[in-house]
Design a protein around this ligand. Structure first.
Ligand SMILES: Cc1cc2nc3c(=O)[nH]c(=O)nc-3n(C[C@H](O)[C@H](O)[C@H](O)COP(=O)(O)OP(=O)(O)OC[C@H]3O[C@@H](n4cnc5c(N)ncnc54)[C@H](O)[C@@H]3O)c2cc1C
Length: 497
């Protein structure tokens, strides 16, 4: 039996369900990654941290396959994956292609087409569960639907969890089945580039380097394990520290979960182990485990209610009329360029622009600010984040934006509107985060840092700040914007009355 393992968002060799399955079922197993031009061509820039992260992760994956067996290697192609996979599977005379399930609507569509195409050549497609602990169809309410509220979902998730859900899928014991580089590959069709033995350079696939290396962000499994090890040392403080962007509180593992350079099973096991064995760190581990469950929760929301990618989870919220005139466009631009005049918001936007990552508290604050202070439709922010985030994940990003706009399942109530100044005072009390990302404000005393327009002329002058020149005036009055938003959202109240 010949098998082909198609890597996608699972770029590792440890605890890899599909690879383990294939190696146990087949005598000859090849591994492939496709730089899918349907995805690459839609990216807004030829310099994209995600592409660089993937390229780096593939270097390591290729090397790790070589360590598992002298024959081991990664075949890399560039082109539409819908065509590349059936072509390669035929060339290698495979009986089965192995994948880990992807739950995003466009991936499901792609995989179904690949399955049909493979089937027409008598090849099977075997799908495994690797990305989440429970697939979207597993946990059901008493009424038989998916969960729309997090707490009961988390309770059901914890209740159903057994050791079998966390069993690791080993690869090493079966690695003798890794097949050598195929010698009989015919020339690739016109729209496919490669095959390469291991990943080609960024330039070879039409991309340029980003600042990923300067940022110290390391792709791959080893880097993910190092981050986990360092996080485990401070997990006990997670609950206390997680909301403060100037503190090294969270795990920073999101990009690794996004590209599967670490296994979700390993992370859940780690959290449970600490919860059960380390009384001091138990609280933090419980809190972090809840975040991993939020991840599963939003994956099942997206899979069970795929309309969320086009409209509000709660349809009434589609009747809200957001601002879309020229002035709104100017406000949107100011938000994306860190020119709102609200330091915490601008510092957060500066963080995402510089690094492709933004602290969770600030994702909530900036999303709320765009929607409820600037009056702009959540989907504009969702799209912009999708372009910026290194850890961009459709389900979590959509879930986060719909939460902030109150249109999502289990979202914050529409009348809860973050005050960007009190959020700043509370979560960046000494202004360390703001000073780091907005050096032009660094000399302002902390008291004045959260709302510089309230500072005296002397204070501003002493700090070398001229509002409107070195730093913008606030683009909205929060109190007024709050009232406008409550009016705007009144349509929801009247429809559900
Ligand atoms: C508007 C908005 C947009 C977001 N967009 C994304 C996104 O595109 N990709 C993404 O991974 N997360 C997103 N999040 C969730 C969260 O902000 C990030 O997962 C987190 O900041 C990543 O940092 P970390 O790995 O250090 O998190 P930790 O605090 O260490 O959490 C561990 C892991 O749990 C998961 N997680 C944590 N919080 C959430 C959450 N609220 N929803 C779903 N999963 C969660 C992530 O996989 C994360 O890596 C978004 C949140 C908001 C409010």
């Amino acid at each position: 039996m010949n098998g082909l393992v198609w890597f996608r968002r699972d770029l590792r060799v440890n605890d890899h369900f599909a690879l383990s399955q294939a190696l146990q079922a087949c005598q000859h197993v090849w591994c492939v990654f496709v730089f899918d031009t349907e995805i690459l061509d839609a990216l807004p820039s030829r310099s994209d941290r995600r592409v660089e992260f993937i390229q780096g992760a593939l270097e390591e994956l290729h090397a790790n396959l070589g360590k598992l067996s002298p024959a081991g290697h990664l075949i890399v192609l560039q082109g539409p994956a819908r065509e590349a996979i059936p072509w390669l599977a035929q060339q290698l005379h495979c009986q089965t292609v192995y994948i880990n399930r992807d739950f995003e609507p466009s991936a499901i569509d792609r995989d179904q087409e690949v399955e049909r195409s493979l089937k027409s050549s008598g090849i099977g497609l075997e799908q495994s569960l690797d990305h989440v602990i429970f697939p979207p169809e597993a946990l059901r309410t008493a009424a038989g639907s998916g969960y729309t509220v997090f707490s009961p979902y988390r309770n059901a998730w914890l209740k159903r969890l057994t050791s079998s859900h966390l069993t690791s899928h080993p690869v090493l014991p079966f690695s003798a089945a890794l097949a050598p580089w195929p010698t009989e590959l015919r020339a690739t069709p016109e729209n496919l580039h490669g095959p390469w033995r291991g990943p080609p350079s960024l330039a070879a696939i039409g991309f340029e380097p980003t600042n990923l290396k300067v940022l110290g962000i390391q792709p791959g499994e080893a880097a993910a394990q190092a981050l986990l090890e360092s996080f485990v040392q401070r997990i006990g403080d997670y609950r206390r520290h997680r909301d403060f962007p100037a503190i090294r509180g969270p795990s920073y593992l999101s990009v690794h979960l996004r590209f599967g350079t670490i296994s979700i099973r390993q992370l859940v096991q780690t959290a449970l182990h600490i919860q059960q064995t380390d009384a001091e760190a138990s609280d933090g581990a419980t809190s972090w485990l809840a975040e991993l469950i939020w991840r599963d929760f939003y994956v099942q929301i997206l899979a069970n209610w795929p309309h969320v990618t086009r409209s509000a989870f709660k349809p009434d919220y589609d009747h809200i009329r957001f601002a879309n005139d020229e002035a709104a466009e100017a406000r949107f631009l100011a938000w994306t360029e860190a020119r709102t005049g609200f330091p915490l918001v601008d510092a957060a936007i500066a963080q995402i622009r510089h690094s492709g990552w933004m602290h969770n508290r600030l994702r909530m604050v900036t999303a709320s600010f765009l929607i409820k202070d600037l009056g702009i439709h959540w989907s504009r922010g969702e799209r912009w984040f999708a372009d910026q985030l290194l850890d961009f994940d459709l389900s979590a990003n959509n879930g986060g934006w719909q939460w902030a706009s109150s249109s999502g399942c289990d979202a914050q109530p529409y009348f809860r509107i973050f005050n960007p100044i009190t959020q700043s005072e509370k979560f960046d009390p000494d202004g360390r985060f703001i000073r780091r990302y907005l050096p032009q404000l660094a000399s302002l005393p902390t008291k004045a840092l959260h709302a510089p327009w309230l500072a005296s002329v002397e204070t501003l002058q002493a700090a070398g700040i001229e509002l409107g020149t070195t730093y913008p005036h606030p683009i909205v009055d929060h109190a007024q914007a709050r009232l406008t938003t409550l009016e705007r959202y009144a349509v929801v109240r009247s429809r559900s009355a």
